[in-house]
Design a protein around this ligand. Structure first.
Ligand code: ADP
Ligand code: MG
Length: 257
C-alpha cells in the first residue's frame, strides 16, 4: 500500500484564498503519519481532497500508483465534526459503512457487536449518541471509520475536543488497537505532543498558505505510552518541531481568517 500526494495546490473564493501551496507527502503500508500545523493551514482541505470530496486545482493523489482524485470510497475518513446520526443507536451508527457496501443489517450488526468491547462501547449498542461521553462518541466515530475497512484511514483532529485526561487515555487506547490492526493512518492535529507520541513520521505545515515545512521521523521505540512523553528523545523532537512551527508572523500582512 502506498498513498502519494503530489504537488497539490488548492485555492478558494475565486482564487483569492490560497489554502494549500505545492503540498507533497506520502504514507506507506501500516504507517502512522501526522499532519501538524496551525488552524487554517489547510489540513482538513487536504483530507477532503484525499477522500475525493473536493478537487485540487493542481497536483495528483495516487493510491497504489493509480490516481484517486475526485473518487469517493477509496479511503476511510473520520471528519473533524463527529457525524454520528442522533436518531440512530450506537450500533446502527457504526454499521453505516457496512450497509453502504450492501451487507445485510443483521450481519453488519453481528460484526459490529463483536467489536464494541475493543472500542470501549460494551453495553452501549442500543444507546443513542446523546447519552455518550465525548470520548465514547469519538470511539464510536472511530469504530464506524474502522468498519469501512479501507487501506488508509484519515482522522481529522479526533481528540481535539476532549479534556486532557480523557485524551491521554485515548492515546494509549489508540496506540494499542493500532498495534493490533496496523492500518495506515493519516492523523491531523495541531497538538505537538500528540503528534510525537503517536506518529512514525510527522509533516509540519506552515500557516496559510499551507506548505510542508518539515518532515520529521519519530525515532521513539514502540510500544509507547503516555510516559514516553517524558523521555529526553521526546523533548529533543519537540524542540525541533517548535523551531519549525515558530516561524515569525509578518505583522504588516493583513490578518485573514
Ligand atoms: P485546517 O483544517 O488546517 O484548520 P482548513 O482546511 O479548514 O484548515 O482551511 C484552510 C483555509 O481554507 C482556511 O483559511 C479556510 O477558511 C479556507 N477554506 C476552507 N474551506 C473553504 C471553502 N469551502 N470555501 C472557502 N474557503 C475555505
Ligand atoms: Mg481542520
Amino acid at each position: 500500500m502506498k498513498l502519494d500526494v503530489r504537488q497539490i495546490i488548492k485555492t478558494f473564493a475565486d482564487d483569492t484564498v490560497v489554502a494549500l501551496q505545492d503540498v507533497s507527502l506520502h504514507v506507506d503500508e501500516g504507517e502512522f503519519v501526522s499532519l501538524l500545523g496551525p488552524s487554517g493551514c489547510g489540513k482538513s482541505t487536504l483530507l477532503n481532497m484525499i477522500s475525493g470530496l473536493s478537487l485540487p486545482d493542481e497536483g495528483d493523489i495516487l493510491l497504489n500508483g493509480r490516481s484517486i482524485v475526485g473518487q469517493r470510497g477509496q479511503v476511510s475518513y473520520m471528519p473533524q465534526k463527529d457525524a454520528l446520526f442522533p436518531w440512530r443507536t450506537v450500533l446502527d451508527n457504526v454499521i453505516v459503512p457496512l450497509e453502504v457496501q450492501g451487507i445485510r443489517r443483521k450481519d453488519a450488526r453481528r460484526e459490529a457487536l463483536e467489536l464494541l468491547p475493543l472500542f470501549g462501547l460494551d453495553g452501549f449498542a442500543e444507546s443513542y449518541p446523546s447519552v455518550l461521553s465525548g470520548g465514547m462518541r469519538q470511539r464510536a466515530s472511530f469504530l464506524r471509520t474502522y468498519l469501512d475497512k479501507k487501506e488508509v484511514m484519515l482522522l481529522d483532529e479526533p481528540f481535539a475536543s476532549l479534556d486532557e485526561i480523557t485524551r491521554m487515555r485515548m492515546h494509549d487506547w489508540l496506540m494499542e488497537i493500532w498495534q493490533k490492526f496496523r492500518r495506515s493512518i493519516i492523523f491531523v492535529t495541531h497538538n505537538i505532543d500528540e503528534a510525537i507520541l503517536l506518529s512514525d513520521r510527522i509533516y509540519v505545515f506552515s500557516a496559510r498558505p499551507g506548505r510542508v515545512v518539515a518532515e520529521v521521523e519519530v525515532n521513539l521505540p514502540r510500544p509507547r505510552n503516555v510516559r514516553s512523553s517524558t523521555s529526553a528523545r521526546f523533548t529533543s523532537l519537540k524542540n525541533d518541531l517548535l523551531d519549525y512551527l515558530s516561524e515569525p508572523l509578518d505583522i504588516n500582512k493583513p490578518l485573514s481568517r
